[in-house]
Structures are given as C-alpha cells and as structure tokens.
Design a protein around this ligand. Structure first.
Ligand code: NAD
Length: 328
C-alpha cells in the first residue's frame, strides 16, 4: 500500500521503515494534515497522522476525493478527527490504543521531580560556579497526597510509581480500576475532593467533547496553596489563562506541562529563527516554577517501537481483512 505519513519526524523514521518492510511504500512530509496539505496524499490509499494533524470534516472530504480510505493514527488520542464524518465517507480510522504507558508516566514523574528538587535551576547555578543551596529546597514526596485524574493505562503506571515513593493516592475516574486499588490502595473520590486534598495533581485522562477546560479557575481556586500541577495528557483539558492566574496568585506552586492548548503551531518544530507570537505561551514559559516540554512524554525507544508495530498491524489488517482490531 502507498502510505502518506504526515507530521513525520526524523526520530520516528527508522522505526516506521523497519515495520513497513517491503510491503508498503512510505511518503513523508513534516507538515501536519490540514485543508492545505490534504492534496499531498493524492495517489496513496492510506495516510498516517499525528496529534497536531487536523482531520476535520472538510479535510476528510478532500482526502476522500483524493482516494484515501484508511487513516492510521500514530498516537492514542483521536480528538483531532471527525469520526462521524469519516464513517459517513467510509474512511476507516484506527489508533494505537496501547504503547508503553511507562514512557508518559515516567515523564510525568520526571517533570514532578525536576520541579520539586529544582534540578533546572540547580544546573544553571552550577554552570555559573554557584554551589549555594539557598534557592534549591524541595519537599519529600513520601507521605504526600497525589491526585491522579484518569486512572487508565498511563494513570495506573503513574500511580504505581507514586506508590513506590510512599505517597497516598487519590483517584478521579468514572471507572474505578479494581486492580489498581488492590495494587496501590488508591482512594477514588470526586474531582472537587481530589483538588482540595492533593499536594500533587497529575492529569492522565483523554480530551473529549465534554472535558475542555476541565481545570479552570473554579477548581484551581479550591486547590491547596502550593500544589504541584502536572499535565501530560492534552493541553485543552486546562484553561491556560486560569492556570497562569493560579500561578500568579501562588495557588499553584509549580506546573509541569508536556502539552499546551495551542501547541499545534509551536511544538514539534524548530523555531530558532522565528519569533513565537503567542502571548499565553510566552507568559507561561516565563515563570521560573513552570517546566514545559514539547509533547515529548512518549519519546522512548520502547514507545516508538510499539507505535510503529501497531500502526503497521492496523495497515496490514486493512489490506488483508478490510478492518483492524483498533478501528475507531
Ligand atoms: P486510557 O484510555 O488507558 O485511560 C484514560 C482514563 O481516563 C480511563 O480510565 C477513562 O475512564 C478516564 N477518563 C476519561 N474521561 C475522563 C474524565 N473526564 N475525567 C477523569 N477520567 C476520565 O488512556 P491512557 O493510555 O492512559 O492515555 C491517557 C491520555 O494520555 C491519552 O488520552 C492522551 O491524551 C494522553 N497521552 C499523552 C502522551 C504524551 O506524549 N504527552 C502520550 C500518550 C497519551
């Protein structure tokens, strides 16, 4: 099959090429899918897209006209696809529902630890020959209460790591994960109680039509003073403007973010010679107690191998059986 790979990055090509083998011909573009780039896929039967791609109704119609019948996501989240429209057009869409959840969970822990133990500041001071410790005090995680929003695969992996640190765990999810309860003694509660009681809050739920700005000024206002807020899920789950206010009024003691609501125009690219014109983002990254990574939580060898394996299993199944086990 001829497959057009949108939003392709140098780091993932070896993993994709290995799994495509001689079976499929891959065409790469660094550009995300949108109404202007849809035509690049003309002549292919399938496309593969990533989180920054736009597969809205208008774009899907164009793709259909160009002969595209399969869309293989190289990620878990599918909030960027109009699935109803795809169904109407007869375009099959599949995601990669599982790949190393440890990659994202461990990155959330890395953000938390780096912020708490002032690793970035400590490194900057060390480079200046300043080994004074006055600005570098953190806190023991042992005994602290960690609130986990979304206790699926990644949230569970995160919970188990935090359990290892000796934390008390609170969970918020419509589905109580019985296995996780027996592994970690996590206590399920309402979002409000989780916000009130947690010293650390980490977000691991998907973005859907109902939870845009799930974190906003009303629940930031009831959080413990100095709470550490970690989001490796999706940017639009958090109202960034309200988060900035909560950082300014010191409710949020530190924020570790791997995602940002307007990341589409910023992340995954080199802007070395450009000015980033996004006041919200520029404000956010100006805070010393905010650590931002550019949607890199999944970036481990194990996760990239898993993503490539499932992407090509989906494509192979479409070619041979017309459907895949991960069809959405
Ligand atoms: P999952 O489906 O295994 O778990 C998601 C959990 O969230 C489920 O238990 C579900 O019931 C729960 N949930 C759904 N809506 C909720 C809500 N409004 N409030 C609370 N809980 C809710 O998914 P996963 O593999 O654990 O991935 C979670 C999310 O992490 C993905 O949807 C994706 O957005 C994000 N993610 C980010 C990266 C990254 O690189 N930063 C990589 C992979 C996934």
């Amino acid at each position: 099959m001829k497959v057009f790979v949108y939003s392709s990055h140098r780091f993932e090509k070896p993993f994709l090429e290995k799994l495509a083998g001689n079976k499929h011909e891959l065409f790469y573009s660094p550009y995300a899918l949108n109404s202007n780039t849809a035509k690049l896929a003309q002549g292919c039967q399938a496309i593969s897209i990533f989180t920054s791609c736009d597969a809205s109704a208008e774009v899907l119609e164009k793709l259909h006209d160009y002969g595209i019948r399969f869309i293989a996501l190289r990620c878990v989240g599918f909030n960027n696809i109009d699935l109803d429209k795809a169904k109407t057009l007869g375009i099959k869409v599949a995601n990669v529902p599982v790949y190393s959840p440890y990659s994202v969970a461990e990155h959330a822990v890395a953000l938390l630890m780096a912020l708490n133990r002032k690793i970035v500041l400590g490194q900057k001071l060390m480079k200046k020959n300043d080994f004074s410790l006055d600005e570098l005090i953190g806190f023991d995680l042992h005994g602290k209460t960690v609130g986990i929003v979304g206790t699926g695969k990644i949230g569970s992996a995160f919970a188990n790591i935090m359990k290892g640190f000796g934390c008390k765990l609170l969970g918020y999810d419509s589905i109580e994960n019985k296995e996780l309860i027996s592994q970690t003694n996590i206590n399920y509660t309402s979002l409000e109680e989780l916000c009130r009681q947690s010293d650390v809050i980490s977000v691991h739920c998907p973005l859907n039509t109902k939870n845009k700005y799930m974190f906003n000024k009303s629940n930031f206002s009831i959080m413990r003073k100095g709470v550490f807020f970690i989001n490796t899920a999706r940017g639009s789950i958090v109202n960034t403007n309200d988060l900035i206010q909560a950082i300014e009024n010191k409710t949020i003691g530190a924020a570790g973010l791997d995602v940002y609501e307007n990341e589409k125009d910023i992340f995954f690219r080199n802007h070395l010679n450009n000015v980033i014109i996004d006041d919200l983002f520029n404000k956010l990254r100006s805070f010393p107690n905010v650590l931002i990574t550019g949607h890199q939580a999944f970036l481990t060898n194990e996760a990239l191998t898993g993503i490539a394996e499932t992407t090509f299993r989906n494509i192979n199944d479409w070619e041979t059986k017309g459907s895949s086990e991960n069809d959405l």
